[in-house]
Design a protein around this ligand. Structure first.
Ligand code: SAH
Ligand code: SF4
Length: 400
């Protein structure tokens, strides 16, 4: 466990919007109104997204007058890294403190060359879109304390920039110093919107963030490398299908019948399976893209052999592949993961039914990797006060 920045985020002018909420187009309008030459905009975007600077003064090739002008219109915030868990060559979890003191998580997962055939220096980042979650799935740590607020686009983008900035600081440059930032140091080439929160319930901010992360002038992450996961907000799935970008879609299904889904996912009462699958059908028709169905295996809830047939029928109907994920236990919740043999048995039965499926041995089980768990633990430690030896907020500690 590493406690990197024990101090609360320093107060900033709250009234100004962050510049990374803007698109290149809206920034361009402002720069034109100021009669700035076009290359100035490129310089600013380079400072923001390739070099990932945290202050206006770091933008050293801009005239001082332009820097002050920028600072008078926008703020340039950053997420404060409060805790990091995990080791450099495996799954790592980042706990960020936002300017209002809220906590969110991102999880960095190194590419598995055997699984994806990619170089091992490429990584997937799992990002949050809300503080807490209103959807209250019974098995999930993110929704346990309810929903607090939506993240702004820059707070979604800031998770990628923050992780890459951290990475650049860890990587020695040929000169022996910790390296400069810059696009050569891009770490994240795959994004999964599977952290805390229901992304489709923060749709506009999510889209604004993803467009900047996808753009060549921004994060440079291909749309096909960005997967949005939803618990099943049918109208938003249709809306996503109508967008020009080819973002990928994953559905947190976890039950292939209304009976099972109603038991663990309250959202199913609003958008039952028939409505959800119709929306998925629409997405498929519009995008021609394969959907992924996420299916957590929870002992005694959805792991019976009888559940295989409805799941296989649904997956075949949607030409979807299925990711089976053994449940990650959450402190304070009663649900358990089935034993490995049962998970294997379920996966084999599904495969025999003609469905492509993977049984993902959950990475990072040991570091509370399922969404919301590190935040929940930290919130509880903080609430317990400084006397609690587990809180450790005042002293940096070594990695464990
Ligand atoms: N709200 C969105 C995205 C965030 S949740 C959604 O539900 O899809 C990301 C994934 O983690 C979801 O598939 C969710 O069901 C799963 N998840 C939540 N708690 C989990 C746990 N304890 N073990 C394994 N997966 C979990
Ligand atoms: Fe929210 Fe997703 Fe967790 Fe359900 S699984 S409570 S929708 S974050």
């Amino acid at each position: 466990m590493t406690l990197l920045q024990p101090d609360p985020a320093s107060p900033r002018p709250e009234s100004l919007p962050d510049i990374r909420n803007e698109s290149r187009t809206t920034l361009g309008h402002q720069f034109s109104a100021w009669n700035e030459p076009a290359y100035r905009l490129e310089q600013v975007l380079d400072w923001l997204y390739a070099r990932r600077v945290e202050t206006w003064d770091a933008m050293t090739n801009l005239p001082r007058s332009l820097r002050s002008r920028l600072a008078s219109v926008w703020s340039l915030g950053s997420l404060s890294l409060m805790r990091k868990q995990g080791s450099r060559d495996s799954t790592q979890k980042f706990l960020w403190r936002l300017q209002d003191g809220s906590l969110i998580e991102s999880v960095l997962i190194p590419a598995n060359p055997a699984l994806y055939g990619e170089a091992a220096d490429r990584h997937t980042l799992c990002v949050s879109t809300q503080v807490g979650c209103a959807y209250g799935c019974r098995f999930c740590a993110s929704g346990l304390d309810g929903w607090k607020r939506n993240l702004a686009p820059w707070e979604i983008i800031g998770q990628i920039l923050g992780v890459e900035r951290w990475h650049a600081q860890q990587t020695p440059s040929p000169s022996g110093h910790s390296s400069d930032t810059g696009s050569a140091n891009r770490l994240v080439n795959n994004l999964v919107i599977m952290g805390m929160g229901e992304p489709m319930a923060n749709y506009d901010s999510l889209m604004a963030a993803l467009r900047s992360l996808n753009a060549p002038w921004g994060g440079g992450i291909g749309a096909r490398k960005i997967t949005i996961s939803t618990s099943g907000l049918a109208p938003r799935i249709r809306q996503l299908a109508d967008e020009p970008e080819q973002f990928r879609l994953a559905i947190s299904l976890h039950g292939a019948t209304d009976a099972v889904r109603n038991q663990i996912m309250p959202v199913n009462r609003k958008y039952p399976l028939a409505e959800l699958t119709q929306a998925c059908g629409y997405y498929l028709e519009k995008k021609g893209k394969m959907i992924t169905l996420e299916y957590i295996l929870i002992q005694g809830v959805n792991d019976a052999t009888a559940e295989v047939k409805p799941l296989a029928d649904l997956a075949r109907r949607l030409h979807a592949k299925v990711n089976l994920i053994p449940y990650n236990t959450v402190e304070g919740l009663p649900w358990k993961r089935p034993d490995e043999a049962r998970c294997q048995h379920f996966a084999e039965a599904l495969t025999r039914s003609g469905v492509t499926c993977t049984l993902r041995l959950e990475k990072g089980h040991d570091i509370d990797a399922a969404c919301g768990q590190l935040r929940l633990k930290t919130e509880r430690e903080l609430a317990a006060g400084p006397a609690n030896p587990g809180s450790g907020m005042d002293q940096p500690a070594g990695e464990s």
